[in-house]
Design a protein around this ligand. Structure first.
Ligand code: MF3
Ligand code: CO
Ligand code: CO
Length: 246
């Protein structure tokens, strides 16, 4: 969507705050022995308190409140009986709907102490998002985002996961336009002020290929290497973007 009125902005900001606060609460819960279903219950409680609903659940019938993906799982992991262990890389991807407005964000965290390579991978996804946030503004071509993410990820010696990308958002989870993490020469469309999008670098420590699990949701790296994911929902402006999920 595009922000047209003060009410649009208020609604989006409120949804963004629910997402940010939910991720903070889940992060505090991350520890060895907790199950991903228990982490998801933290989100369910936060949403209930805020009067928010799970975007993945209402838009797609996703079997969980949030997507929790561990280690080689890149996106759309289903919360369940899996217990987190020291050193696991956990992606907390949270999409809330509040009063008809959607916001979406993800953080990757480590259970206990991280191995240096895992930290480097997480930092690459965070730095790729930061770099993209520095270039997005109205008038910039859409493919500048992908070019920026791809450049940073490659410079760190990692890969961008195939086919996983950001998106327009606001009245649904996934709206136009797609926001790829790689340079596409065809995407010369210029970003307009007020456009609401996510930017979400998905980074693999190994190859770029991914595979879908038999559960029909979970997407993992094909070679089993670790994946990291960092995401914010933003509003494009004439200057620096407004980060709704900060
Ligand atoms: N949060 C995901 C994203 O960043 C969307 C999950 S919807 C699902 O695009 F149903 F596929 F889980
Ligand atoms: Co997301
Ligand atoms: Co998203």
């Amino acid at each position: 969507m595009s922000v047209d009125t003060p009410d649009d902005l208020r609604g989006l900001r409120a949804a963004g705050q629910v997402v940010a606060q939910t991720i903070r609460a889940m992060r505090r819960g991350v520890r060895p022995g907790i199950t991903t279903a228990e982490l998801d219950a933290i989100a369910r409680n936060e949403f209930a308190r805020a009067g928010a609903r799970s975007g993945p659940q209402i838009d797609y019938g996703f079997p969980g409140t949030t997507c929790i993906s561990v280690n080689d799982e890149a996106v759309h992991g289903i919360p369940g009986r899996r217990r987190l262990r020291r050193g696991d890389l956990v992606k907390l991807d949270v999409t809330a709907e509040l009063d008809g407005f959607y916001a979406d964000a993800c953080r990757t965290v480590v259970v206990g102490d991280a191995r240096p390579q895992a930290l480097k991978l997480i930092r690459a996804s965070e730095q790729a998002l930061d770099a993209a946030l520095k270039v997005v503004r109205s008038g910039v071509a859409l493919n500048e985002i992908g070019a920026t993410v791809q450049r940073l990820v490659r410079a760190r010696g990692f890969s961008v996961c195939d086919g996983l990308m950001g998106h327009g958002i606001g009245r649904r989870i996934h709206e136009k336009p797609d926001v790829p993490n790689v340079f596409d020469p065809a995407l010369t469309q210029r970003l307009s002020e007020g456009l609401v999008i996510t930017i979400e670098p998905l980074v693999s420590a190994g190859g770029p290929q991914v595979r879908m699990h038999r559960d029909g949701w979970t997407v993992s790296t094909l070679d089993g290497s670790l994946a990291a994911h960092t995401e914010h929902t933003i509003v494009v402006r004439d200057g620096a973007p407004l980060i709704l999920t900060a």
